[in-house]
Design a binder for this molecule. Structure first.
Ligand code: ATP
Ligand code: MG
Ligand code: MG
Ligand code: MG
Length: 430
C-alpha cells in the first residue's frame, strides 16, 4: 500500500476518556474510531490485524476438525425464553420489536441459536461429535463500556460449540480445544495463563479462562510461582458478590485464607489479566432446556452433551497492544502486524531515494511481504513519528546515507537501527 493513498488518519489527540495504552494508541494511530459509547468502527489497519487473528484462529480450528458457520445476529426472543436466559442476561440483552411486533434480541452469544441449528438435524449418536464455530459480531449492552475495544458493546467474538454423546467425549474435546487455544495465543506472541474460572451467566461445570497477563487487566488472578496453576479470584469469592469483586486485595491469603497452590503446594500470588477466551463444559444445560436430543446406542433419546469455546477477537487486538507498546505507540508482533515493513523515503524529491523506495516496494510486494511505502511529501521527522505510533515491526529508512550507498533498517521492538548496503536490503529483510 502507498501511504499517500492510504486511509490512516493518525492524530496527536487521544480520546479524552482514554486511560489504557491500547485505547490511546489504537485511536491515535488510526485503527479505530468511536461512534458512540461502546461502539467502534474499524479502519483499514485494524481490519488487517483482525483478519490476521481470524486466520490464525481458522487454521487452528481446522487443525482440530472444527467447521465454520455463521448464524444470524438478530435472534428471536423465543429462543431466549426457552432457555430461561432472557431474564438471566438482564439488561445486557438488547431487545427490540420488528414491524410485525415480534420481539428479537441482538445476539450477545449464540448457545441457543447453535442448539436450534443442530436440533432435529443431528439425530443419532453416529453423527457425533460435531464442533461448529463462527466469527461474529456480538452485542451486549454493557453497564460500563470502557477502555476502547477492550470492553465494547458491539464486539467481535469467535464462538464455538461442540456436541457429544458422552461426558468422556466432551472431556476429550475440551482438552483438545484448550490446547488449540494455547496454540493460538502462543502464535499471536502473547504472554498468557489459563486459569480456573467461574461459569457465570452461561452456566455449566468445568470452566477455564484464557488470560493475557497485563497490569491493566480487569480480572485479578491467583497464580502459582512454581507451576502453571492459576485461578480467577472470582472462584474464591461469594457468587454474585459484586461489592467483593471490586475490593482491592493485596494477597491471596486475604481472600482464600491461605496462599498455597492446590496443585503443587507452591506459593500463590496475585496478578492482573485480560480475559481473551473462555471455555466451558456446558453439559446438557441448553440441550435439555431446548429439547435438543439424539438417539443413543440403545435407541433412547438423550439431550446433547455440550461444550462452548469463546474467544474475544476484537479484545485480542487491544490485548496485543497492552502487552506490546512503549511511550511512542504500538509495537505489533510479527503475527499481528498490519504491515510487516514500512519503507520510508526521507525526501521524495530526491530521485535516487524515490527510485530505490519504489524498487524495493515492488520487490517486497511481489515476494508476498506486507509492505507500506511512505511516499508522502512530509518531513522525515513527521513520517518517522507516524511509523513509531503505528508500530510497523520494521522501517527501512532511505535517506541521506544513500549517497554513501547505505540505507537503515529500524527494528521497532528493539529500537536498533542498522545500516546496510542499499543493494543488500532486500536480502536482509527476506
Ligand atoms: P467479561 O468478564 O470481560 O465481561 P465475559 O466473561 O462476560 O467477559 P464471555 O461471555 O466469557 O465474556 O465471552 C467470551 C469472550 O468474549 C470473553 O472471554 C472476551 O474475550 C470477549 N468479550 C466479552 N465481552 C466483551 C466486550 N464487552 N467487549 C469485547 N470483548 C468481549
Ligand atoms: Mg461480561
Ligand atoms: Mg468474565
Ligand atoms: Mg467469560
Amino acid at each position: 500500500m502507498r501511504r499517500s493513498r492510504a486511509f490512516i488518519p493518525t492524530t496527536k489527540e487521544a480520546p479524552s476518556d482514554a486511560v489504557l495504552a491500547s485505547h490511546i494508541f489504537l485511536s491515535r494511530a488510526g485503527f479505530i474510531s468511536q461512534v458512540a459509547s461502546g461502539l467502534y468502527s474499524y479502519m483499514p489497519l485494524a481490519k488487517r490485524v483482525i483478519k490476521k487473528i481470524e486466520n490464525i484462529i481458522n487454521e487452528e480450528m481446522a487443525a482440530v476438525g472444527c467447521e465454520e458457520v455463521e448464524l444470524s445476529f438478530v435472534t428471536p426472543i423465543s429462543l431466549w425464553e426457552e432457555s430461561g436466559r432472557s431474564e438471566k442476561f438482564g439488561k445486557e440483552l438488547l431487545r427490540f420489536h420488528d414491524r410485525k411486533d415480534t420481539m428479537f434480541v441482538l445476539g450477545p452469544t449464540h448457545e441457543e441459536m447453535m442448539v436450534d441449528l443442530v436440533r432435529n438435524r443431528v439425530t443419532s449418536y453416529k453423527q457425533l461429535p460435531i464442533n461448529l464455530y463462527q466469527m461474529k459480531i456480538k452485542f451486549r449492552d454493557e453497564a460500563r463500556p470502557r477502555f476502547g475495544i477492550m470492553r465494547g458493546r458491539e464486539f467481535l467474538m469467535k464462538d464455538g460449540y461442540s456436541f457429544h454423546a458422552s461426558y468422556a467425549d466432551l472431556d476429550r474435546e475440551f482438552d483438545m480445544m484448550e490446547e488449540a487455544y494455547k496454540k493460538i495465543l502462543t502464535r499471536l506472541g502473547l504472554d498468557f495463563r489459563i486459569v480456573e474460572a467461574d461459569s457465570g451467566a452461561i452456566g455449566g461445570t468445568g470452566s477455564k479462562e484464557l488470560m493475557v497477563l497485563a497490569g491493566s487487566g480487569e480480572d485479578t488472578l491467583a497464580v502459582c510461582d512454581s507451576c502453571q496453576y492459576g485461578a480467577n479470584i472470582e472462584i474464591f469469592l461469594g457468587a454474585g458478590d459484586e461489592a467483593q469483586k471490586d475490593m482491592v486485595f493485596t494477597s491471596v491469603k486475604d481472600i482464600k485464607g491461605d496462599d498455597i497452590c492446590p496443585q503443587c503446594g507452591g506459593k500463590l500470588s496475585l496478578t492482573k489479566g485480560i480475559e481473551v477466551g473462555h471455555i466451558f463444559k456446558l453439559g446438557t444445560t441448553y440441550s435439555a432446556a431446548l429439547k435438543a436430543e439424539f438417539l443413543d446406542e440403545n435407541g433412547k433419546a438423550q439431550p446433547f452433551i455440550m461444550g462452548t469455546y469463546g474467544m474475544g477477537v476484537s479484545r485480542l487486538v487491544a490485548a496485543v497492544i497492552e502487552q506490546n507498546h512503549d511511550e511512542n505507540g504500538c509495537i505489533w508482533t510479527k503475527e499481528t502486524a498490519p504491515y510487516m515493513v514500512n519503507i520510508l523515503i526521507s525526501n521524495v524529491k530526491e530521485n535516487r531515494q524515490f527510485e530505490l523506495g519504489e524498487e524495493l516496494y515492488k520487490r517486497l510486494k511481489n515476494s508476498g511481504v506486507e509492505v507500506m511505502l511512505d511516499d508522502r511529501k512530509d518531513r522525515f521527522g513527521f513520517k518517522m513519528k507516524d511509523a513509531e505510533l503505528i508500530g510497523f515491526p520494521y522501517t527501512v529508512i532511505i535517506g541521506k546515507e544513500l549517497n554513501n550507498g547505505l540505507v537503515e533498517i529500524y527494528d521497532r521492538k528493539t529500537k536498533i537501527n542498522i545500516s546496510v548496503e542499499a543493494d543488500t536490503v532486500y536480502n536482509k529483510i527476506m
